[in-house]
Design a protein around this ligand. Sequence first.
Ligand code: DX5
Ligand code: ZN
Length: 213
Amino acid sequence: MIILSPSILSADFAALARDVDVVTKAGAQYVHVDVMDGHFVPNITIGPCVVAALRKTTKSVLDVHLMIQNPNQYAEEFLKAGADIITVHHESNLNIKQIYSLTRAYGKKLCVSVNPETPVENLDQYSKFVDMFLVMSVHPGFGGQSFIESSVDKIKYLRTKYPNTDIEVDGGIKLDNLKMVIAAGANVIVAGSAIFEAQDPAAAVQKFIVGGV
Ligand code: DX5
Ligand code: ZN
């Protein structure tokens, strides 16, 4: 089953509760929350207080993508705020054992990601700790970029090696490349601009769900 995780990076930050409600009612199962610290990526976005505010407005799975240099320092704040999935980056200052124990203590899921320039084999070392892998298909930092084609082979590599692990893809996913990433093995699909910048975000969610079958 394909899971859609709309990225609120492209939503209206002054009306997040409304935008989350629209995509959830249209059938999206997750809400993708892009956290950026201005160090790991050249952009600053959302902190734990926004996750806590979202938690009060939705029962959906909060899929929190930490694009931050020191994930171990902040992961617990996001878990306390109500994150259901914490994604950290291989390229950050990551202590996997500590963050694994922490997410398990909260009964939540852990995911590790690689940036486009990082070979996918770097994820193998995390396989016994994670519930999900995330393949970044754009350079992290901004929504609305073009899909990087080499991500398809990374997804195939992970799906072949880890048939029972969730594989998420994030960046540049549109209706015209959706089938390709699903055929490669992705089962959790992040889409930001394709949904929230569409004229009708609810219709866009429905098209993604139909297109993903
Ligand atoms: C990029 C973020 C993505 C991004 C996706 O750093 O991690 O989640 O918002 O947006 P689109 O779908 O517009 O590429
Ligand atoms: Zn993301």
